[in-house]
Structure formats: structure tokens, C-alpha cells
Design a protein around this ligand. Structure first.
Ligand code: ARG
Length: 545
């Protein structure tokens, strides 16, 4: 709808304008286009607006109002009905786009021999959502898991495993993590062992059989655990291309950087300098490469291998400097304009004090979060009333869907840049802005539809206030997805889905639906769109709840 209106405006004015969703009294959409034109033409905005109004001829709007220079557009019932019927007919295909473009999303990217932390959880959830959104719009979306599996830290780990005479096959991720911590404790007392760690990494780089074997085992063990987590989260990432993959490409990148004079020597190291930013190191004075070098190699590889139109990096806000340096360095190398790259930085996880503590203390482990989410979900299902007719096995399945959905929604409901406060009372609840509330609304729609008779050729006309609000919300789905994609903000879809749910529940509370064909159709449209929104956010819906 918004697009249609924008197109009409464009035809009349020969310029591009964005319409805004309006507050109720200002119609459905509002535009300040007259102000912009008036400035150019040195005219009075109110006069320009009135002239424009006369020129707009479209049955999409029942009324266009001029108010103090603003144009307010009111959607016509005909246009709303037409679009709503499309939703009912096209169902889950409604709003799908076609595109020739390719997108690479770098997300999740945990580090081996360490547990999957809540920071990686955020990246996984948000990265998957933006991936889904672009894919829905028809893009050839490719997800890449930039696994942290290379670097001097793995030399240190290997040294310590050997020193403690451990059989790597028998070590859990937790133990590997502890071994690494012990290395650092020892290095504080005896800094010389840092050198030993470097030696082991150098062995690893040179392909030493023993070093390789132990590293390989650590990597496999980690991947097993990560895959279990991805299964639990119902996430699939197209490619795992870890940092180690670029090992044989790093020298080439370093040479190229030297040749192109992008990098220069400084105190035995090789650095890339920037205006107004500290330099980034691509070769340390001891000859080892860095996280930055590997990211450069990864960018080059992705550009060549996938020819993407856009590359999104979903990485914590604490790496903003690294990413800025990286995108600029890529441009300096002449590989691509930095505008091709987008950083979606996520904020931190914070704990609401006293509410959540892990078995281990300070760091929050994902498995604990997911286990607890499931437990809590079970409790609310018990309370939800329908609990009686659900078998125990079903309860297990539902609580998984609800628990995981709740955790995901909590990460997606606000702009990713903001910190997330972990407050279980708000995450797992059937009321308010929560995943379970949205899922519950969907289940409610469905149980109505099961009881309702199938009805054909319904007219979506003569709508009362609540009906009109819902219909309008539903047909704004496309423009919502558009705006979520353009602004790299999955939260726009979350907010929309929350509003849709609120409006539906109000409609449900104030009207009898079952005997009214039109209302049943509106419920159907709501359920289609709500499910689609949740699916774009990576959240499944249970049949019952
Ligand atoms: N493994 C890194 C970390 O845990 C994240 C990697 C993100 N992706 C990238 N291309 N740098 O901090």
C-alpha cells in the first residue's frame, strides 16, 4: 500500500518520497512532501500540498487531506479488501520477493575449545533473522559461520594439554576451557611459557602431525557441541568456514598489502594505518598473523567466491573498531567499496541481579539458559489452562518451542544495538511483549479457525474500528519487512508482530468471532501473517499451548 502511494507521488512530482505511517487522526499514511517541494520552489507548503492533492487520482485512497502543509492519506475500503484477499489467497507466499542479489551474512562464529557464550547466542539469533528476512525478499542469502579455530591461543592450549599429559579425546569443552585458564594462571607466574605456546602454534602452522591431531580433536569436539546447540535453537548456517581455512591464503594477503602499500612496517610488525583510528596489525613482530589478517583473507575469499552485493557482519558492538578498520582496509586494498559491508553490532547481555546465576558463576552458559527456558516454559503451559488436554510428550515439545522462542524474541524485540537484560519474568510470560505471548496469540487464532466453518467469497467491507485496525495492520506486512531489511533491523518485525497480537487480542476480547464470516477471515489473515513474522524471526509456533 505504501509503495503504491509512493509511486503515485513519484509520478506526479518526479521525485522519491517516503510516506510515514500516521497517527490515527492523520489517516493511514502521512507525508511532508509539500514542505520539501515548497522549499525548492520557494512556495507556501500548504499551497503546494493542495495542488498535489488535486493531482492525485487513485482508488487506493478514499480521502486525502491537507493539514498545515502535510498530506494525510486514508486507505479506501476497496483497496484494503483487495490486498487482504491477497493475503488469504497467497498465504505463506504473501510478500515473498524476487531478487537477483546475493547476500553473505557472517554470524554466530563461536570459538573452539570454549563454550558457546550468550554473546554468540545473540549473534546467532540476530544473524539468522536478518538472513531469513533477505531470503524471504528473494535474495540469494548465504550464511557463514566464521568459526574461531586458529591463532596463538590454540598453541597455548596445545602446550598445556601436553604438559598436563591429558588425552584430548577424553576432554570436554569445559575441561578444555579450564586447561586454557590454567595456562594463563601459570603464565602469570612464569611468563616464559608464553614462548612455549607460540612454539606450539608455529608447529601447528607448519603442519606438525601431533599438533594437528590434537587441534583436530579439539575442533571436532567443539563442533559437536555447537551443532547440538544449533539443533536446539533450530538454526542452520549454510557454511562453516573457520579462521583456519584461510591459513594458506594469509601470506598472499600480506604480500598484496605490502605491494599495494596498504601495510607498512613498524617495529618489526606489519600494520595498516588509518586517519583518526589506531592502526591494525596484520603481521606481528614474531611472524604470526592476527584475527585481522584472517578477516581480510575471509573478505577477499567471500568477494571472489560468492560475488555478493552485500555482506553483513553480525558481531558484538565491542568489535566495532576492528570492523571499521577491516571495512576500510578492504577498500584500501581495492577489493570492494566499504558501502558493500554492513556491521550489525549487538549489545551486551546483562543479568538482572539475583534472578539468574549459572552453576559456574560469572559467565553465563548457553546450555543453562536453554534448559532453564524450557523448565520455565513448562510452568506457564501448566498455567495456560489448556494444559489439561496435552500429553506429557507434547508438553515436552511445546516447552522447547516456547522456551527457545522466548529467548529468541527477547533478543529481537529491541534494536540489536541495545543491551539485553535477562529478566526471566519478562522473557517467559504469557502477557506483554514476549515470545510466548505472540505464540499464544497464534494458537488462539488457530483454535478459533478450527472451530469455524470454512467460508468462501467473504467481503472485507464495512469494518468497525477493531476490524479495520487489524486489516490495516495485516496489509502493512510487506512494508514492514521492507523496512526491516533496509534498516537491518529485525526488531521492526518483532514490534509489528507484537502490535498485531495486541490488536488481535483486543478484537477477540470485544467481539464474537465464530458466527461472523468476515471476522473469521480477519482471524485467518492475522494467523497467516503472525506465523510468517515469527518464522522470519526464527521462532516456531506450537499447535497447542
Ligand atoms: N570468533 C569471534 C569472537 O568470538 C567472532 C567472529 C566474528 N566474525 C568475524 N568475521 N570476525 O569474537
Amino acid at each position: 500500500m505504501k509503495k503504491i502511494a509512493e509511486k503515485i507521488l513519484e509520478e506526479i512530482t518526479q521525485e522519491n518520497f517516503n510516506l510515514q505511517h500516521a497517527k490515527e487522526e492523520h489517516g493511514d499514511y502521512a507525508s511532508n512532501v509539500a514542505f520539501l517541494l515548497a522549499k525548492k520552489e520557494k512556495k507556501n507548503p500548504s499551497i503546494v500540498a493542495k495542488e498535489l492533492k488535486k493531482k492525485i487520482k487513485s482508488d487506493v485512497f478514499s480521502k486525502i487531506e491537507e493539514k498545515n502543509g502535510f498530506l494525510n492519506f486514508f486507505l479506501s475500503e476497496d483497496a484494503m479488501e483487495r490486498e487482504f484477499i491477497r493475503v488469504l489467497e497467497e498465504k505463506e507466499d504473501y510478500g515473498k520477493g524476487i531478487s537477483e542479489k546475493t547476500l553473505v551474512v557472517d554470524y554466530s562464529s563461536p570459538n573452539i575449545a570454549k563454550s558457546f557464550g550468550v554473546g554468540h547466542l545473540r549473534s546467532t539469533i540476530i544473524g539468522q533473522a536478518i538472513y531469513n528476512i533477505y531470503k524471504f525478499q528473494g535474495w540469494n542469502a548465504l550464511g557463514v559461520n566464521h568459526l574461531g579455530d586458529w591463532g596463538t591461543q590454540y598453541g597455548k592450549l596445545l602446550y598445556q594439554i601436553k604438559k598436563e599429559n591429558k588425552d584430548p579425546k577424553k576432554l570436554s569443552i569445559k575441561e578444555l576451557e579450564e586447561i586454557y585458564v590454567r595456562f594463563h594462571k601459570e603464565a602469570e607466574k612464569n611468563p616464559k611459557i608464553e614462548e612455549e605456546g607460540r612454539k606450539w602454534f608455529s608447529k601447528l602452522e607448519k603442519g606438525d602431525k601431533e599438533a594437528r591431531e590434537v587441534w583436530e580433536i579439539c575442533r571436532e569436539k567443539s563442533m559437536e557441541e555447537f551443532n547440538r546447540i544449533y539443533d536446539d535453537l533450530d538454526v542452520k548456517i549454510d557454511y562453516v568456514i573457520g579462521e583456519s581455512f584461510y591459513e594458506d591464503k594469509l601470506q598472499g594477503v600480506i604480500e598484496e598489502a605490502k605491494e599495494k602499500k596498504v601495510a607498512k612496517e613498524s617495529k618489526g610488525a606489519l600494520i595498516v594505518e588509518f586517519d583518526n583510528m589506531p592502526p591494525a596489525m596484520i603481521l606481528k613482530s614474531d611472524g604470526s598473523t592476527t584475527y585481522f589478517t584472517r578477516d581480510l583473507a575471509a573478505a577477499k575469499y567471500r568477494l571472489k567466491e560468492f560475488s555478493p552485493d552485500l555482506l553483513i557482519y553480525e558481531i558484538g558492538a565491542d568489535q566495532t573498531l576492528h570492523i571499521k578498520q577491516l571495512f576500510l582496509a578492504i577498500e584500501k586494498m581495492g577489493w570492494a567499496r566499504k558501502e558493500k559491508f554492513v556491521h550489525m553490532p549487538h549489545g551486551m547481555f546483562r543479568l538482572k541481579e539475583g534472578k539468574f546465576s549459572t552453576r559456574k558463576g560469572k559467565t553465563v552458559h548457553l546450555q543453562d539458559v536453554l534448559d532453564l527456558a524450557r523448565e520455565k516454559a513448562k510452568e506457564i503451559i501448566k498455567k495456560s489452562g489448556s494444559g489439561k488436554d496435552i500429553s506429557d510428550q507434547e508438553k515436552e515439545e511445546i516447552s522447547k518451542i516456547v522456551g527457545v522462542g522466548a529467548v529468541k524474541y527477547n533478543d529481537l524485540k529491541r534494536h540489536h544495538k541495545r543491551d539485553v537484560v535477562f529478566d526471566w519474568d519478562r522473557i517467559i510470560t504469557l502477557k506483554g511483549d514476549s515470545g510466548p505471548y505472540l505464540q499464544y496469540t497464534f494458537v488462539r487464532c488457530n483454535s478459533i479457525l478450527q472451530k469455524a466453518e470454512k467460508s468462501e467469497n467473504v467481503r472485507i467491507k464495512k469494518l468497525n474500528n477493531e476490524e479495520r485496525k487489524l486489516v490495516k495492520r495485516v496489509i502493512q506486512f510487506n512494508e514492514t519487512v521492507d523496512s526491516a531489511a533496509k534498516n537491518f533491523s529485525p526488531n521492526i518485525i518483532a514490534e509489528y508482530a507484537y502490535n498485531l497480537s495486541k490488536e488481535f487480542n483486543y478484537f477477540y476480547d470485544t467481539h464474537t468471532i465464530l458466527k461472523d464470516k468476515k471476522r473469521i477471515a480477519i482471524t485467518k489473515g492475522t494467523s497467516i501473517i503472525l506465523k510468517q513474522c515469527l518464522s522470519l524471526l526464527g521462532i516456531s509456533v506450537p499447535e497447542k499451548m
